[in-house]
Design a protein around this ligand. Structure first.
Ligand SMILES: Cc1cc2nc3c(=O)[nH]c(=O)nc-3n(C[C@H](O)[C@H](O)[C@H](O)COP(=O)(O)OP(=O)(O)OC[C@H]3O[C@@H](n4cnc5c(N)ncnc54)[C@H](O)[C@@H]3O)c2cc1C
Length: 551
């Protein structure tokens, strides 16, 4: 099959979704493709912070200014995706006086709102913080839900004529001289192949942008920087808390929904798919986090996860333009994004990459990318994405547990209709998602509904959700063996993903939870899948603790 389009957008993270929306609103026909579910790349594995800009006021004032401006834009156009918790920068006993002394002035210079407040005021609001704090600055940090933002962008794009293909991987590009003639798309589920003939290709493939560029014969150097985060089973603070020092590991905690996320580390990796969490990273995060919250180790850690930063390294002769590097190595590389027109750099006329940046600045990155696209295609239309509110932005958070509880109780309450008790996902919620998105995985359901994200990490909702999938397929006439296999495979792949994050923090209550889940799936449900073989999958350092926990 061959499909024509004006612009093919590769990558359905926050950036690609923003690009598709902007293209559609400016009258261009766009097709977005992602090798998985949109939001399953770095955008779905990030820290959750809507930056105020304060983090970069000293190291990268341009990035700080962009974050501050886009923070306000997203609050206006996507209020439902933002939890306005506010944020603080705190100087602890070990943090440098000089950094804190210049912090407020650096914020003012970069246009980042910031106000110094008495430490006692902050400690009264956030009693779990270190009592020895020296200074406290209030900023406009907030928590940002990535999946709702991405889906709202895609919905707006589709409403304006765009198309989206999920689980569609770009595997090849056919070039003739300076032109890309066609792009090959492989459907990851059916294996079918499609040929796309676009007027122009935009790569928004994040940490994979180098690999996508290579398909067009272009060399684009992306240094994947892995960052690990820990999810605590409660809100340790009401506001975002940052250490007031040069950005480093474990110096930021973001409360979001019912949890708090502590992060991050920054480890250079060679493979952007490398999101394995090392125990040393977990230990390092806990020791740094204790400088903010002294009783951190007593709190229950739900899971660990990692995402990979798409850091761009420009060619050596590129001067000191936007995105230029300081000395090699993780946090020293500037975070500002770069739109690369490969006609200028690599002799390919119809290929543009957008690299670097932050989730907070995804709309701006999209606007600048589409400006380049419009110029190249010889058309002009004004960008409206900063002014137009995204679809579905009703005042209450869809995923806010309080709102869900109220809705559930209004509908009669009780346990009967609940699939996921932790996140209050009901059978009608699950059916509505499956009606819209089937065929899909339980991990897709998680991104769309929060199923499996609470304290049991899928222990109790996985078999129920897999059962619902089987029941629906049986009703459609699938064979009994077929539905049984489907249910087992759905449950196993979801549990495998969930438990991968739990194993890295398997001690105390979370180890007990892991063993409970193993008992449930291996003992009661008779699963023989490695996903739930807890004992076999824990490393040597944990095995004795398993023995101890089992008694
Ligand atoms: C640990 C960590 C913490 C962070 N914290 C924050 C934060 O708190 N606040 C903030 O603003 N920013 C944060 N960031 C930065 C932010 O997450 C990223 O800049 C942003 O999510 C990148 O989005 P993207 O759309 O460019 O890339 P991605 O979300 O990675 O999207 C790229 C997409 O391309 C797809 N793709 C790849 N190859 C192909 C192919 N061959 N065919 C089809 N599709 C393909 C992938 O499946 C993926 O979905 C953090 C980053 C990391 C790593």
């Amino acid at each position: 099959m061959t499909t024509t389009t004006d612009v093919l957008v590769i990558g359905g993270g926050a950036t690609g979704a923003g690009v598709l929306r902007d293209l559609a609103r400016r009258g261009l026909r766009g097709l977005l493709v992602d090798r998985g579910d949109p939001g399953s790349g770095t955008s779905g594995r990030y820290h959750g912070l809507l930056h105020s800009g304060a983090r970069y006021v000293v190291s990268d004032p341009l990035a700080a200014r962009e974050c501050a401006a886009e923070n306000e834009v997203l609050r206006r156009i996507a209020p439902r995706t933002i939890e306005d918790s506010g944020g603080w920068y705190v100087q602890g006993p070990g943090d440098p006086d000089a950094y804190a002394a210049g912090f407020a002035a650096a914020c003012a210079a970069a246009g980042v709102p910031c106000e110094e407040r008495p430490v006692v005021e902050l400690l009264a609001r956030e009693p779990r913080l270190h009592p020895g704090l020296l200074r406290a600055f209030r900023v406009r940090d907030a928590a940002l839900e990535p999946w709702e933002l991405i889906e709202a962008n895609l919905a707006d794009a589709v409403a304006h004529g765009a198309a989206v293909r999920r689980y569609a991987r770009v595997t090849a590009m056919e070039r003739a001289g300076r032109r890309i003639l066609s792009v090959t798309l492989a459907d990851e589920r059916s294996g079918s192949i499609e040929r796309i003939v676009p007027r122009l290709v935009v790569s928004a493939a994040g940490a994979w942008a180098g690999r996508v560029a290579a398909l067009a014969g272009v060399r684009l150097r992306i240094l994947p920087g892995k960052g690990t985060m820990l999810v605590f089973a409660e809100r340790l603070s009401d506001a975002v808390i940052n250490r007031c020092h040069p950005p480093g590991d474990g110096d930021l905690i973001v409360p979001i929904h019912t949890v708090s996320i502590l992060g991050t580390t920054d480890v250079q990796v060679t493979d952007p798919d490398d999101t394995a969490v090392e125990r040393a990273e977990v230990a390092a995060l806990l020791s740094e986090g204790e400088r903010l919250f002294p009783a951190l180790r007593e709190r229950r850690v739900l899971r660990a996860y990692a995402g990979v930063r798409p850091l761009y390294e420009p060619p050596a002769d590129d001067g000191d333009g936007p995105g230029a590097t300081a000395p090699p190595g993780g946090r020293m590389i500037r975070r500002s994004h770069v739109v690369i027109d490969h006609a200028a750099h690599d002799d390919v006329d119809d290929f543009v990459s957008i690299v670097g940046g932050k989730l907070t600045t995804c709309r701006l990155m999209a606007e600048e990318t589409v400006d380049v696209v419009m110029r190249k295609l010889g058309t002009s239309a004004r960008c409206t994405t900063a002014a137009e509110v995204l679809p579905g932005q009703e005042p209450r958070h869809n995923h806010w547990l309080g709102a869900r509880l109220a809705a559930h109780e209004a509908a009669g309450g009780g346990d009967a209709g609940l699939i996921c008790e932790c996140e209050l996902v009901t059978r009608p919620d699950l059916d509505a998602f499956l009606d819209e998105r089937w065929p899909c995985s339980l991990d897709d359901v998680r991104r769309g509904t929060r199923l499996g994200m609470g304290p049991c990490q899928g222990g109790f909702c996985t078999f129920r959700a897999a059962g619902v999938i089987a029941e629906r397929e049986a009703r459609r006439g699938a064979s009994l063996d077929g539905v049984a296999d489907l249910a087992s495979a759905s449950a196993a792949s979801f549990l495998d993903e969930r438990l991968k994050g739990v194993r890295a923090v398997a001690w105390g209550r979370q180890l007990q939870e892991l063993l409970l889940v193993e008992g449930l799936y291996r003992g009661v449900l008779g699963s023989t899948r490695p996903a739930v073989d807890v004992g076999a999958s824990l490393d040597d350092s944990v095995a004795p603790r398993v023995a101890h926990a089992v008694g």
